[in-house]
Design a protein around this ligand. Sequence first.
Ligand SMILES: O=C(O)c1ccccc1N[C@@H]1O[C@H](COP(=O)(O)O)[C@@H](O)[C@H]1O
Length: 213
Amino acid sequence: MEIKVCGMREISNMQDLILQVSPDWMGLIFYSKSPRFVKDELKGEVKKIQVPKVGVFVNESIDYVLDKVQKYDLAAIQLHGKESVGFVAELKNQTTAEIWKVVSVGEDLNWEELKAYVGQIDRFLFDTATNTHGGSGKKFDWGLLDSYPFQVPFMLSGGIDLESVKRVKDLKKACPQLIGVDLNSKFETEPGIKDVAMLRNFKEELLGLRSVN
Ligand SMILES: O=C(O)c1ccccc1N[C@@H]1O[C@H](COP(=O)(O)O)[C@@H](O)[C@H]1O
């Protein structure tokens, strides 16, 4: 199971994370209203960080996204707004970075609406629907994913915390397409600053390197 740690915005915190947790992905928020927004003055240092980086975007233009892909050497683009299939197709034509489409989940899930993205994206990412678009720390009803109908892999997100490990493992048994988890606000000392020890504990429990209490 892959681990993405999202919303990093300080170089020393990123370096600690890489050394102690070695996540599969590190997420950078390029949404200016977020308290985890990454300022371009960091681009030189961030580019040197040796872990695949995911840029998180909310309803931005193709040019804005491509500019960040180039400046930060992004391996994946997480589209966290209402980006259409047409937008995704246009973006896909202009980059080799992976494209992850976020599905904001409310009371239910309409699989028909997602069908058109299949074949255009590399993975779905399911997060809780909120006014702030993301980083809410709130979980949705993960049981809705039991009927996931596609082969394309997906990530789980939204309020995942240290106590979620068992439920994540159970969901993986029910849905083998679950490829990873996205960890964010539940592992912070303040917005954008991660508690690296807590993240390490999560990883060890998830991978079965220590037992869940
Ligand atoms: O974290 C943010 O500030 C943010 C802002 C706008 C869009 C996405 C954002 N983060 C993403 O939100 C989810 C869930 O985070 P949480 O665990 O509920 O705090 C995660 O995918 C982040 O990439």
